[in-house]
Design a protein around this ligand. Structure first.
Ligand SMILES: Cc1cc2nc3c(=O)[nH]c(=O)nc-3n(C[C@H](O)[C@H](O)[C@H](O)COP(=O)(O)OP(=O)(O)OC[C@H]3O[C@@H](n4cnc5c(N)ncnc54)[C@H](O)[C@@H]3O)c2cc1C
Length: 348
């Protein structure tokens, strides 16, 4: 049996690309052993909700905003319009996969071990068989397989655990240079986690990895990389669900156009770069990796309405593209506050 496309991985990127391909009439196979649970805080951001809406089957909580803190400086950003949701990640993945299967994609619960481009075809080997297709989408997250074919290598290390404490309706982020901790409220518990660039934090919990930005090349002659495999995660707060789903769709559209002779796979790189511009967010992350700037950032979010609105726009904006003028404004506002001039140092 030969397929038009094989999608490797049934996370948000894989399911979105399979759904798009099968809805366009292509014979699509998803391969994923589905033997591990994804570690994730499960926050669906405003940009996700604006584009895709929300299905309440997997919602745990509607969120009113985000609290950020640095040591004992706490700021609250209450969203004026946007709505974010805290979801059950397992149900979310299952829902998305089912959508693709209902639309005609097939699923094999196998593990892919290698991918070989052979002239006009691609050969996928799993732990059970070899399968041929015209094209493949590698949506296997941060995995050994993705790494073998040009996928993400640089990651932040995360540990997350479930705690039975009363949840409220704000997502909480505690920032320290190079370290980031969170509390994600669920229906009757919270998920607390911590991420670090210097190895897994030494706390109990489940381990996960977050990519640190897109890989240089996301296409080959016969395959495309999507989602975490390609490193599509916001460098500001680690949002990946929107970029996974959207990149899966873009990859599927590019393959469809290639199959009808309208473009080549190189166009994928051009297309996602037009939509995902991480440069502004990378710049902000770089700025707040400095302790004094981070302190000023959180203090201003707490004390200045204008700055609070600016941070709200970063968190809830469409495509999170930040204009160079906005970075200029940010630096100007930050330079007005000198943490050394404040009455006392923050207590950490
Ligand atoms: C601790 C943590 C918290 C996070 N919190 C958030 C959040 O709150 N909001 C947000 O937007 N993002 C969050 N993210 C990021 C988000 O989880 C990812 O960006 C997203 O899951 C990526 O989706 P994906 O489909 O690319 O990959 P994945 O979801 O990782 O799916 C990859 C799939 O590939 C399969 N696979 C792997 N190897 C093979 C193989 N050899 N053969 C076949 N299949 C294979 C796996 O079984 C898996 O099902 C978080 C990440 C972490 C680690």
């Amino acid at each position: 049996m030969k397929y038009d496309c094989i999608v490797i991985g049934a996370g948000p990127a894989g399911s979105a690309s399979a759904l798009k391909l099968s809805s366009l009439g292509y014979k699509t196979l998803i391969i994923d052993p589905r033997d591990t649970k994804k570690v994730c805080a499960g926050i669906l951001t405003a940009q996700y909700v604006k584009r895709y809406g929300i299905n309440h089957d997997f919602v745990e909580k509607e969120l009113k905003g985000t609290r950020i803190s640095f040591c004992d400086i706490h700021a609250q950003i209450s969203y004026r319009k946007a709505v974010e949701y805290s979801i059950n990640r397992e149900s979310f993945d299952l829902f998305n996969l089912n959508e693709a299967l209902i639309d005609g994609s097939e699923l094999r619960k196998e593990r892919v071990s290698s991918i070989e481009e052979k002239g006009a075809h691609i050969m996928i080997r799993t732990n059970k068989e070899s399968i041929t297709a015209d094209y493949a989408i590698i949506a296997s997250g941060i995995s050994d397989l993705s790494k073998l074919y040009g996928g993400t290598r640089k990651c932040a290390f995360c540990v997350q655990q479930k705690k039975y404490v009363e949840p409220d309706n704000y997502y909480e982020i505690d920032l320290q240079p190079g370290v980031y901790s969170w509390v994600a409220p669920k229906k009757n518990h919270v998920l607390t986690g911590s991420s670090s660039l210097a190895g897994f934090p030494d706390i109990p919990g489940e381990k996960g990895l977050i990519p640190l930005g897109p890989v240089k090349k996301t296409f080959s002659k016969r395959f495309l990389l999507a989602g975490d495999a390609a490193g599509f995660v916001s460098p500001f707060e680690g949002e990946g669900l929107y970029y996974s789903r959207r990149s899966g769709e873009i990859a599927a559209q590019i393959l469809s156009d290639a199959m009808s002779g309208k473009n080549t796979l190189n166009d994928y790189q051009v297309r996602w770069k037009k939509e995902f511009d991480f440069s502004g967010l990378t710049m902000i992350s770089y700025l707040i990796s400095d302790r004094r700037i981070l302190e000023a950032f959180v203090r201003l979010t707490r004390d200045s309405e204008e700055f609070n609105n600016f941070v709200e726009n970063i968190l809830t904006g469409e495509n999170k593209k930040i204009k160079i003028q906005e970075i200029g404004l940010l630096i100007k506002m930050l330079s007005k506050i000198n943490p050394f001039n404040t009455a006392r140092s923050p207590q950490c």
